[in-house]
Design a protein around this ligand. Structure first.
Ligand SMILES: Nc1ncnc2c1ncn2[C@@H]1O[C@H](COP(=O)(O)OP(=O)(O)O)[C@@H](O)[C@H]1O
Ligand SMILES: [Mg+2]
Length: 279
């Protein structure tokens, strides 16, 4: 990726301080990185290293009373730290988040179709109900959900975890994102489903040129999807570089341990279940 390519996201000296019962905790410490158009950047780190706090902080999704943000976060050139209102116009239009937990991200009492059509409506391009319905069908087809028209009438609890994750990707795509932030989008899924979802994200990136910020604790996922990897430990980036370089020749012991912890793509272990669910 050419460095001259205009950045979709530019982060400089970004900090997040969390107000806890035990005082102020610096969860994100002086983080800097950029994502160019069509580029895929991964933040990898062990559970509790500050990945979700970084992603949620960048997107202004942390409760203001709990988190104090500082530094610079420019989204398409606009600093959303000095001007938090600036992010509102990107939300649902051009900026999308695939959240960590598919089971809790959807509204349990609304159908898949209603939630997808709402996202399409917020994106603003399609006004008529029939166009929105048509688009909902297109999006579910694109994320390879079978028997689309039937699925649209279902409620979240009627779908498997893998299908729900696909629905969340479809909802994210409804906003026609230039930047997609995916927080452990596959860690709750089994290996085959995981590979299918990652394939899908890669294909969407190729066909639409979207930029991706991928958050994972799994270096197999990082290697598969990213151009650049930043390794996070205790709120800081301790190592950054080309994906191949970080995977093949890690400079840090911590990174080597992440590599050793994942013998193959999408290893699915009890640690990731018990700790990621809570973080
Ligand atoms: N609401 C909160 N209150 C206090 N501490 C929190 C809160 N959320 C996260 N933390 C702490 O911030 C650190 C980073 O958490 P997180 O960003 O969720 O890590 P990761 O996504 O890498 O697993 C952890 O030490 C976690 O305990
Ligand atoms: Mg997390």
């Amino acid at each position: 990726m050419n460095e001259q390519e205009p950045a979709v996201l530019e982060v400089e000296n970004f900090n997040v301080e969390l107000m806890t019962d035990n005082g102020v905790f610096k969860a994100v410490n002086n983080v800097s990185f950029r994502i160019g158009k069509g580029q895929s950047v991964t933040i990898i780190g062990e559970s509790g290293s500050g990945k979700s706090t970084t992603a949620m902080g960048l997107l202004q999704l942390l409760p203001p009373g709990l988190a104090v943000l500082s530094g610079t976060v420019r989204l398409k050139g606009q600093d959303v730290i000095s001007n938090p209102q600036a992010i509102a116009k990107f939300r649902g239009r051009g900026l999308a988040l695939i959240p960590q937990d598919p089971m809790t991200a959807l509204n349990p009492v609304a159908t898949i179709g209603a939630q997808l059509r709402e996202a399409i409506k917020v994106a603003g391009r399609l006004k008529s109900k029939s166009d929105q319905q048509q688009r909902a069908i297109e999006l579910l087809t694109q994320v390879r959900i079978p028997l689309v028209e039937e699925q649209l009438k279902k409620f979240p609890h009627q779908l498997s975890g893998g299908m729900l994750q696909r629905v969340l990707i479809a909802i994210a795509l409804a906003s026609e994102p230039e930047l997609l932030v995916a927080d452990e989008p596959t860690s709750a899924l089994d290996v085959t489903v995981q590979a299918g979802i990652l394939d899908l994200l890669l294909e969407l990136q190729e066909t639409r040129g979207i930029s991706i910020l991928m958050i994972t604790h799994d270096i197999g996922v990082a290697r598969m999807v990213s151009d650049t990897i930043h390794v996070m430990k205790s709120g800081q980036f301790i190592e950054s570089g080309d994906a191949a370089q970080i995977v093949d020749a890690p400079g840090e012991e911590y990174t080597r341990n992440l590599l050793a912890a994942v013998p193959r793509l999408g290893s699915w272990d009890e640690t990731s279940l018990s700790t990621e669910g809570a973080s």
